[in-house]
Design a protein. Sequence first.
Lengths: 192, 192
Amino acid sequence: MSVQERKERERTDRERLIVATARELAEQQGWDAVTTRRLAEHIEYSQPVLYSHFRGKREIIGAVALEGAADMAAAVRAATSAAHGPRARVTALARTYLDFAARNPAVYDAMFRLDGGLAFAQEDTPEPLKDAFAALLESLGEVAGDGVHPGLFTEVFWAALHGLATLTRAGRLPPEYAEQRVELLVDRLAVV
Amino acid sequence: MSVQERKERERTDRERLIVATARELAEQQGWDAVTTRRLAEHIEYSQPVLYSHFRGKREIIGAVALEGAADMAAAVRAATSAAHGPRARVTALARTYLDFAARNPAVYDAMFRLDGGLAFAQEDTPEPLKDAFAALLESLGEVAGDGVHPGLFTEVFWAALHGLATLTRAGRLPPEYAEQRVELLVDRLAVV
DNA sequence: CTCGCTTGTCTAGCGGTGCTAGAATCGAAT
DNA sequence: ATTCGATTCTAGCACCGCTAGACAAGCGAG
């Protein structure tokens, strides 16, 4: 059975290579540049090989999104666990979130702007997505305030961060006052 | 000069037809369905005619976005002017904004999600966009609170609304608690 | 009223996209 | 060494945004 195991291993390796290459290519030249032809060329296989791993381009975007969600959750947890006190944790969370979106625009797009064919806010939502939301909830739930459902508060705070991230990157908000916006947001929304 | 005037009038009529058709088609079947071929067929001209009015598809999206910005500004002003008191105005503004995004998803996409080739937050920003922001500022500036720049406050509030609008429509936020989210947002952000 | 010319529109086509059917090749087991 | 199933590739489909060059319509001049 060793032969079969080797083949399976090679397949998962190749799948990882596809996702990593797609992410890299998207980060370097934008998602528009990630065509099935270019992607196939980069991994040194022909196009149809992609379709033996994924149903189509959308699923590849979805795979990048899941990877990104795990990364973001890790980044947020690292930042919040290094901060002392609820207020400091929330500020760190907000800065880290916006920083992640700014540094990984293609991954962020895969997660929230593009259609990766993923289920959200449902029972069959993939684990990494639920966990990323949980990472936000851990720190934001502390400052929801009395009588406010932590989940609802997290949704609102997250939406505000998402709006800042997307509008800033799309050139809709001038970048120079980014820090003041974060401070205002945390000051007003969080109940310390 | 009457002949030339007639031709000019016909041209602007046709341009309006193109924009209106693009908007309609996008609203009915999504922007992916708005191809230059289909659009040309709907207006009963050949494709190249589109390019005698616009540089390309992007500019058509931009034209829809400008039209949408004017519509949104009007909707917001109508709602806020019918409300009494700063707090009521802000609530009405938030509801109207989210309602507009939900009822005109394609137009909202043209304004904020797609690339319409428009300048933002700059001097050469088209008038309708500046005016739409101004419409938000008129009511939001009242509740920015002492020592907080009204423009900055408007940006943050707008970003929060934008985040709620996009995440809700993308299925990232369950729609049933939309009203509670708005109330929480207004409660916390606005200084009455 | 007719002619020439400008102006406007269309047909046809380019290089690209996501995706797939069927041919060709590889490699494991006999 | 040969067979045969699994794997990969070549070639192609229908569609995309966009454009060059052929064609027709309608104007002003004679």
